[in-house]
Structure formats: structure tokens, C-alpha cells
Ligand binder design. Structure first.
Ligand code: AMP
Ligand code: MG
Length: 493
């Protein structure tokens, strides 16, 4: 049995300015922590072979599989609003691409596999904690049905990495529709490399937005399509309480997937200002600022595409502005449609937005848990007798819910939907299980301190079925204990 990976590389064939050829560093003693069997099969890989010594060495970067063409990709980006003309994969190496069972081209990338020409002062390595964090949260997002990069594997290297303390080293295998970012376009604009920009745009259209190729203005169509996908993505984030935490332009995927799980986290009590990242002092990437930031990032993409859209600068600017003006509208529609489903509203009616906002406002004042409120609202929708007792308990002042619920029930009564069907539909969009911060931390602590991966496996399994009640694991739906206090997350590895 050999761990054959049917590579079909295309990004590596782009000109040298797009990437640097670099081999992963060899590591001392790779050991497998987790392999995503289901994803391996989807990619046309043999999970059993990947779990052999040979496969594990590939996943640790110790062995280069046949057909791989390892590269670190070049990109730039605005980090917290500051432009950095060269970032690039400093701790990641793209092994190559495969075409999956659905005919989709997917990148297979090792994260934490040693330095690259883009590492600057970094060591190119990853610590076990952040690797497990990315594994859990990206797979949770996938199970929630939100576009995301995926976790194929996590291995330990048998080596330590130096952070504030010595930590066990690990390599994460990330699968993505591609690793093209807004910052990839910015890289070429900053270098005034018009030909590079055009190559990148054409490549992106062919790989992600083939319909744009046939549009009257393909580059404008590309911009429109990326804007639409990002607006839809951020709407999905908001409706599950996800806070990305580091929405720099280099962390925004052109394919519209959630990427870069450094300081991200899900909010517990509903608060629009929620920020978890220890370095986001100004709250630039706070929960409710995410749509505005996405819009800002897309304006940076538009700047890159303008020279391709029209030679005449005024015309190009007009086109870019027109495309960008659509973002708030697409976002608002996606967000409200998503919310309507969360509230059990099947039809669109005047006053819905106000009704829904009224509950969110009350949740904020009453420190109600975001995920639990909506999950329990499903049951409240099915039974008028219970009158949402389980929901009202989540509010500091339960009458704040009661008052609102009167209006909600009046609104529900305007639709002919059967109560049970409404409850079922609501349960398919209001998860019971999200990666609660205190659970994620406990898993990491057990793994790092005692190499106990059982809690990781358990949490991962629970999160793989977020919309199902799992009575044995009901406590995994609980909010953090009050002792958690302010939760903080950290960037990078
Ligand atoms: P991020 O905050 O993950 O978006 O990373 C920003 C930039 O820093 C990217 O260019 C990364 O490749 C680089 N980087 C982050 N951590 C490391 C590391 N340990 N070694 C080398 N480069 C890194
Ligand atoms: Mg990044």
C-alpha cells in the first residue's frame, strides 16, 4: 500500500513571481494525531495508506510524495489597515492540487512545515495547540454548512517549537478550494506587475468563476462574483456568532471560504462589540464590524482589478464603485434571509427586520447566550403552552423575552406552516453545538500537557453533528462557566 496522491498541479506552473519553490523541513519523529478519513476519500486519497508510516511522513513534511511540486505562495496584504507589500506563506507549503470526487480542484497544504523565503523572522513552525484549534474550528464550520478550508490531518513532529515556552511542534494539513487571497492581487498591484495581475485574474476566473469568462466584462464579473460570495459568507458568520478575529486582506479567500483560523472564536452572550483577539485593541474586527471590514477589503480587491476592468481610469473607478455598492445590499439580504430562517419565518413580510432586531437588542441587554437562545426558540415555536419557558430563562429579565414573544407569535400565526415543520426547519439552521471556547481550551490543555487526545476526539465528534440533539453530550451545549471571565485568543502559531 502506498500513500499515492494524484496531484494535478496548476498554481505551481504560474510564473516564478507567484511563488517560491521550497521543500518542507524534515522532522524528527512524526506521529499521527488525527486523519480526516471522510475528507481523504472525497479527495480520492486512501486514508489507510495515509495512516501508514509513509503517509504520516508525508503529512509531516518529512517525505515528499510523488507528483508534489512544493511551493510557498507570494502575497501581500493590509494587516489591521497597514499595507505590507510582501507577506507570503511563511509557515505553509503548498504540496500541490488534486481534483476531488466532485471534480473540484483542491489545494493540499502543510502548515507549520518549516521556513520559507517568506518567513521573515518567523520559524515556519506550528505548535500543537493552534493546530488542534484550527482542526476543530474549521471542521465545526464545515459541519455547520459554512464555506471553509478543511482539516485533512494533524501530526506531531517530535520536536519542540519555541514560543513563550517550549511547546510540542505539529503540522496541520489544510485543504482549500485555493489559497488565492485578496492579498495575492495586492502583491502584484504593489509591484506594478500588470501582466502578473492579468495572469492571476485569468487563473482565478478559470478556477473559481468560470461563468465570468463568458461575461461581457470578465474582470468586472469576477469582482461582482467575489463580492457576492464574501457578502454571503460574512452573513453566515454572523448568523452563527462567528468572529474571525483577523480579517486582514491576506486572510480573505477569493474563493469565498473562511480561511486562517488564528484568533477566531464563537461568541457566547450576544454582544455586537465582541472581540476575542488579544491584539485587536480597537475592536477593528469585532463581531458586528465584520461586514464593513469585508466591504473595505473588497475595495482593496477592486483597486487591483481596476486596471484590468478599463484602461480609462474614470471608467474603471465608476465600474469598481458600482460593483462595491452592491455589497451592503447583498449582505443585508443574505443576513436577513438567514435570520428569518432562524426565527422560523418562512415568508417575507413588512416589519420582519424590526421584529428580529428587537429580540437581538433584548438579548444584548439581558446577556442571553446567542446559540442557546435560537436553539431553544425552535421548541418555543412548536408549543405555545410551554411559551418558551426555556428561552426566557436565558434572559436576565425573563419578561424581556415574554414581551417580545407576544409579537413573534402573532407574526408566526400569519403563516400557515405546521408547528412541527417549523420547529424542524428551525433546528436545521440553529445549531445546538458550537466550538465553545472553554471546551476548545480544555481539549488543547489535555493534549499539550498530557498528550491525552480523547477530549479532542470527543469534541470533534460532537461538533460534526451540530444540528442534532446529542443527549449524552448535552452539556457540550452549555455556555462557559462564569469563572471563564474574559476569553482571549492569540494570532498565529
Ligand atoms: P497570519 O497572522 O496567520 O495571517 O500570518 C501573517 C503572516 O505571518 C503570513 O505571511 C504568515 O505566513 C506569517 N507567519 C505567521 N507565523 C509565522 C511563523 N511561525 N513563521 C513564519 N511566518 C509566519
Ligand atoms: Mg494568514
Amino acid at each position: 500500500m502506498t500513500a499515492h496522491i494524484p496531484f494535478d498541479n496548476s498554481y505551481a506552473k504560474l510564473p516564478d513571481s507567484f511563488h517560491a519553490r521550497v521543500l518542507p523541513a524534515s522532522v524528527a519523529a512524526p506521529a499521527l494525531i488525527k486523519l480526516n478519513h471522510e475528507l481523504a476519500l472525497q479527495l480520492g486519497l486512501d486514508p489507510e495508506a495515509l495512516a501508514t508510516q509513509e503517509g504520516i511522513e508525508i503529512l509531516a513534511g518529512k517525505r515528499i510524495p510523488d507528483g508534489a511540486d512544493p511551493i510557498a505562495t507570494a502575497y501581500a496584504g493590509h494587516q489591521f489597515g497597514q499595507f505590507v507589500p510582501q507577506l507570503g506563506d511563511g509557515r505553509a507549503i503548498l504540496l500541490g492540487e488534486v481534483v476531488d470526487r466532485n471534480g473540484m480542484r483542491r489545494d493540499i497544504q502543510l502548515k507549520g512545515s518549516g521556513p520559507t523565503p517568506f518567513s521573515r523572522r518567523g520559524d515556519g513552525r506550528a505548535a500543537l495547540g493552534p493546530v488542534l484549534r484550527e482542526y476543530l474550528i474549521s471542521e465545526a464550520m464545515a459541519a455547520l454548512g459554512i464555506p471553509t478550508t478543511r482539516a485533512l490531518a494533524a501530526v506531531t513532529t517530535g520536536e519542540n517549537v519555541i514560543r513563550e515556552t517550549m511547546l510540542p511542534g505539529a503540522v496541520f494539513t489544510r485543504v482549500a478550494s485555493s489559497h488565492i487571497r485578496v492579498g495575492t492581487f495586492q502583491f502584484f498591484l504593489a509591484r506594478r506587475d500588470g501582466e502578473g495581475l492579468r495572469r492571476l485574474a485569468d487563473y482565478t476566473i478559470a478556477r473559481h468563476y468560470p461563468d465570468a469568462a463568458g461575461a461581457p466584462q470578465p474582470y468586472r464579473a469576477l469582482l461582482d462574483a467575489v463580492i457576492a460570495r464574501q457578502a454571503a459568507l460574512v452573513a453566515r458568520w454572523l448568523n452563527v456568532g462567528f468572529i474571525h478575529g483577523v480579517m486582514n486582506t491576506d486572510n480573505m479567500s477569493i474563493a469565498g471560504e473562511t480561511i486562517d483560523y488564528g484568533p477566531c472564536a464563537f461568541m457566547d452572550t450576544y454582544d455586537k462589540e465582541t472581540v476575542f483577539s488579544s491584539i485587536d485593541h480597537a475592536g477593528r474586527y469585532a463581531y458586528a464590524r465584520q461586514p464593513g471590514i469585508a466591504h473595505w477589503n473588497l475595495a482593496r480587491l477592486a483597486e487591483c482589478l481596476m486596471p484590468l476592468i478599463a484602461e480609462d481610469k474614470d471608467k474603471a473607478l465608476e465600474q469598481a464603485n458600482e460593483a462595491l455598492a452592491a455589497f451592503p445590499l447583498i449582505f443585508k439580504k443574505a443576513h436577513e434571509d438567514g435570520l428569518r430562517r432562524k426565527f422560523g419565518l418562512f415568508e417575507e413580510r413588512e416589519g420582519d427586520a424590526e421584529l428580529m432586531q428587537a429580540l437581538l437588542d433584548r438579548m444584548a441587554v439581558n446577556k442571553a447566550d446567542f446559540t442557546l437562545t435560537f436553539r431553544r426558540l425552535c421548541d418555543a415555536a412548536a408549543s405555545t403552552e410551554a411559551d418558551g419557558a426555556v428561552v426566557r430563562d436565558l434572559f436576565i429579565d425573563p419578561t424581556a423575552f415574554d414581551d417580545w414573544a407576544v409579537h413573534w407569535r402573532e407574526r408566526l400565526a400569519l403563516e400557515s406552516q405546521d408547528a412541527q415543520a417549523r420547529r424542524d426547519a428551525m433546528r436545521r439552521v440553529n445549531p445546538a453545538f458550537i466550538p465553545r471556547n472553554h471546551r476548545v481550551e480544555a481539549v488543547i490543555e489535555a493534549a499539550v500537557k498530557t498528550r491525552d487526545f480523547v477530549p479532542f476526539e470527543t469534541l470533534l465528534a460532537v461538533l460534526s453533528k451540530p444540528y442534532e440533539d446529542q443527549p449524552d453530550f448535552a452539556h457540550y451545549a452549555d455556555p462557559p462557566p462564569p469563572s471563564q471571565g474574559m476569553y482571549q485568543t492569540f494570532c498565529g502559531t
